[in-house]
Design a binder for this molecule. Structure first.
Ligand code: AMP
Ligand code: MG
Length: 407
């Protein structure tokens, strides 16, 4: 049996990034997708000096050591501009975002002036540059915005729109097939007979893959029948970049997935020293990377999050990001009965129960930790990582926790 680190290393070493799309993609469809090329700014953002407040654009040279009264010569809402330069003794009423009129070098907030008819009185204090947002202060013209491999987030799409980029060069969308195995597993629109379970694994996989923005080929729930399973796996393997099954990879009489993989594809490994998630398989089938997840719902989603998801992100071409790990103080006691690496499901708290901020975050397990107890993962925000040599932790010990990332 190989270690968790070795399993993850082997998978990440073998998966390769997909090719760029042959066409560009509309920005509105690009959330979570990966840039095939670096993006450079054409124009500066903002492309003109503009007002940061609602107020009065003036010439700072007009101000003195006592209050001065200026004549308001124009009204300048955002979206309008003035071309005649401001003369001595003049002010322009200006709104946030409107271009600074020529000749003006300062904007005084409307809360700081006294206005009467077309006169505005300003006390001493404001200096050149006050409340002016300079052209290019967000992005300089021609500057590099994103490197290739950037996975586009929410703010990124706003930034790219501000730059006038309406279509983007992206890497091809990944195609991923999912299927469940098991005679007891039924689809969610069927009544549940005694001995049957609803197909929660396919629901979590579908959701987790949607969050990654991949194209999903749903092969359904397949019975533990060699013929049916072979047919489904081969069909998936011929069409997708990655094929993910759940169930049928342990050592029971009906665990056919591993046998089919041995016969029709290649197995790289099929057991990993981790808990949950010991029975699992990785290999190739047809043109696809094959991930055989365990059937138990917690194990299935845990292996997906810790091994499959990083592999899919690499295939999507996303630049690797460090795992979000940190230390937290353990509350309670946990006796570790096996030598495998443990991924307990935990809730990390940054506040004390009284609402004050804790100097060190603290973490507790989510309750019973059986690999069939999906509430343990639904409640969790972290995995508590107990390494292979560890025999347990007691109240107050520092433990490593890993943030659970779905997107
Ligand atoms: P297996 O790995 O096929 O031996 O399944 C282990 C356990 O996970 C059994 O209790 C199964 O009933 C359960 N299980 C397998 N597949 C699913 C599924 N798709 N959804 C919910 N539970 C499942
Ligand atoms: Mg099964």
């Amino acid at each position: 049996m190989i270690s968790f680190a070795e399993a993850k290393r082997r998978v990440l070493e073998q998966v390769q990034t997909v090719a760029p799309d042959t066409h560009t993609t509309a920005l509105r469809d690009a959330l979570g997708r990966v840039l095939a090329q670096a993006i450079y700014a054409g124009e500066a953002v903002p492309n003109h000096d503009n007002s940061g407040v609602d107020g009065y654009a003036i010439r700072s040279a007009d101000l003195g050591s006592a209050a001065v009264t200026l004549r308001v010569v124009a009204d300048l809402p955002a979206g309008s501009r003035l071309t005649t330069p401001l003369q001595a003794g003049e002010a322009v009423r200006i709104m946030t975002g409107a271009p600074i009129p020529p000749g003006s070098d300062c904007v005084v907030m409307q809360e700081h002036v006294t206005r009467e008819h077309d006169r505005v009185t300003i006390r001493p204090g404001p200096a050149a540059g006050l409340n002016i947002r300079c052209a290019g202060e967000d992005i300089a013209a021609g500057s590099a915005i994103f490197a290739a491999g950037r996975r586009l987030g929410v703010a990124d799409l706003g930034l790219l729109t501000a730059l006038g980029k309406t279509t983007l060069p992206l890497l091809r969308r990944l195609r991923v097939a999912i299927l469940s195995t098991g005679n007891e597993v039924v689809a969610d629109d069927q009544p549940l007979a005694p001995g049957q379970v609803y197909d929660s694994n396919r629901a979590t996989l579908r959701a987790a893959l949607s969050a990654l923005g991949v194209e999903i080929l749903d092969l359904g729930a397949v019975r533990d029948d060699r013929h049916a399973l072979t047919e489904a796996l081969q069909r998936g393997g011929a069409q997708v970049d990655a094929l993910i099954s759940s169930g049928g990879v342990s050592v029971g009489d009906y665990d056919l997935v591993k046998e089919i993989l041995l016969q029709d594809g290649q197995i790289d490994f099929w057991q990993v020293a981790m808990k949950p998630g010991k029975p699992q398989a990785y290999g190739r089938l047809g043109g696809a990377h094959f991930f055989g997840l365990p059937g138990n719902p917690v194990s299935s989603l845990t292996v997906f999050l810790l091994i499959v998801r990083p592999a899919l992100l690499k295939m999507m071409g996303a630049n690797p990001e460090p795992e979000r790990r940190f230390q937290a103080q353990f509350r309670g006691n946990w006796h570790k009965k096996h030598p495998r690496m443990d991924f307990l499901r935990g809730i990390v708290h940054f506040d004390h129960p009284d609402g004050t901020l804790a100097a060190t975050p603290w973490v507790e397990v989510t309750g019973p930790q059986g690999s069939g107890i999906l509430t343990s993962l639904a409640k969790a925000n972290v995995f508590i990582v107990l390494p292979e040599g560890c025999t347990g932790v007691v109240d107050g010990d520092l433990v490593t926790v890993q943030w659970i990332d779905y997107a």
